[in-house]
Design a protein around this ligand. Structure first.
Ligand SMILES: [Zn+2]
Length: 238
């Protein structure tokens, strides 16, 4: 479950129980995180971070990069960041944010999975990189933040074909409702975590929908140009 501690966005109850780890998902009231580094720093500071998070540029692909204390700002060309020492973050509004940590192996990751990244199993790539950096998949905990639910993500049938060709038939992944095809990319990221070896009990995947809960979350589809912003998912060590 995601909980809202003292009005500074949301946290996963699962990740909150881990010692030495700080994480958070911002909400609408924290303001836009894509273009405002002030908003990012303010949110990170409220969570307890002392330095600015390193951000992935996010190009809707499936590449992950490991960053260290030499890295600052925005890392180009990647949709996920892995680190052993710096705070990492992604920004989203409808796409799926995933935060990961091996608290014993001391490896964290922040992942942005839009539909293209999900086709490319970007979250599976992040788990693989965490293991390469010394993580153990059986110790990895993951939290999936607010994203557009299958309820509100209707897509052209051609996109469904891409997913079925890649992942096979899965009625949780692709289904028809009101005569339209819908995709549940949050479910598919959960499935990819399981397939990567992450334990079911170590995954926090609360049911949320940025469109249905648009008063709380930014949504690329639901918001207008005037009301749109992006939310940050951030994780680091104390
Ligand atoms: Zn919805």
């Amino acid at each position: 479950m995601l909980q809202n501690p003292s009005g500074i966005g949301f946290q996963s109850t699962l990740l909150s129980q881990l010692g030495g780890v700080i994480h958070g998902f911002s909400n609408r009231s924290a303001g836009d995180m894509k273009y405002s580094s002030e908003n990012r720093d303010l949110f990170a500071h409220k969570l307890g971070f002392k330095t600015s998070p390193v951000l992935a540029q996010q190009v809707h692909d499936n590449l992950i990069r490991t960053v260290d204390s030499q890295t600052m700002g925005i890392v180009p060309g990647v949709d996920g960041l892995v680190s052993r020492d710096v705070t990492v973050a992604v920004v989203v509004a409808d796409c799926v944010p995933v935060l990961l940590v091996d608290p014993i192996g001391k490896v964290i990751a922040a992942v942005h999975a839009g539909w293209k990244g999900t086709v490319g199993s970007v979250v599976g790539n992040a788990v693989g990189e965490m293991v390469r950096m010394g993580g153990d998949v059986r110790r990895i905990y993951a939290a999936i933040g607010a994203h557009i639910g299958g309820c509100c993500y209707d897509v052209p049938v051609e996109r469904v074909d891409v997913f079925v060709n890649r992942f096979g038939h899965d009625e949780k992944m692709a289904f028809q409702s009101d005569g339209k095809w819908h995709l549940d990319i949050g479910w598919l990221n959960y499935r990819q975590l399981i397939e990567a070896g992450v334990l079911q009990d170590n995954i926090d995947a609360p049911p949320t929908c940025t469109s249905c809960q648009n008063d709380e979350f930014f949504s690329y589809r639901k918001d207008t140009k005037e009301t749109y912003g992006e939310m940050m998912a951030v994780i680091g060590f104390k």
